[in-house]
Write a protein that binds this ligand. Structure first.
Ligand code: FEO
Length: 172
């Protein structure tokens, strides 16, 4: 049986992960509208990964006897005036998500809830990777994105991203 406080935080995180998916689809909408199909594609896949994260947490709660409840998903409300802005917003958002995962981990540690700590280990690692990816995106854009040929190459590179379900994560 999970501690009620832990269950509540993970349940809230399900909503945050679904919001992340919604946010990244919104980024994809912006890029699609700008004709940057590679950037749009990259964020469409990112949105699928975020949905996977939500599903993994939902499954963990269910497998531990918790009745999962859903709240409204916040509306993505960012407006962009240049192609680097969603990348910066993505990096900022991933840093925020890392802080949320860390908070849940800290509570699990305090409660000596080793099972949840082990469950969250996958997410701690994933956040490290996602922050690095987001940071790389920003850096690459700063180097190449302001030149037409560079932007074209970056767009082509991002178009090659392949969706890999997070099936190696816990409790699928
Ligand atoms: Fe599920 Fe990108 O955090």
């Amino acid at each position: 049986m999970l501690d009620k406080k832990i269950a509540k935080l993970i349940n809230e995180q399900v909503n945050k992960e679904l919001y992340s998916a919604y946010l990244y689809l919104d980024f994809a909408n912006y890029y699609a509208d700008e004709g940057l199909d590679g950037f749009a594609h990259w964020y469409e896949i990112q949105a699928q990964e975020e949905r996977d994260h939500a599903m993994m947490m939902r499954r963990y709660l269910i497998d531990n006897g918790v009745r999962v409840t859903f709240e409204a998903i916040e509306k993505p409300d960012k407006t962009f005036s240049s192609a680097i802005e969603p990348l910066n917003a993505g990096l900022e958002h991933e840093r925020y998500v890392t802080s949320l995962i860390d908070n849940i981990y800290a509570l699990a540690f305090e409660l000596k809830d080793f099972k949840t700590m082990q469950f969250l280990d996958w997410f701690v690692k994933e956040q490290g990777e996602e922050e690095k990816n987001a940071d790389d995106q920003v850096k690459k854009f700063k180097m190449f994105g302001y030149d037409a040929k560079g932007l074209y190459s970056l767009n082509q590179e991002l178009l090659s991203r392949v969706y890999a379900p997070s099936a190696t994560g816990p409790a699928m």
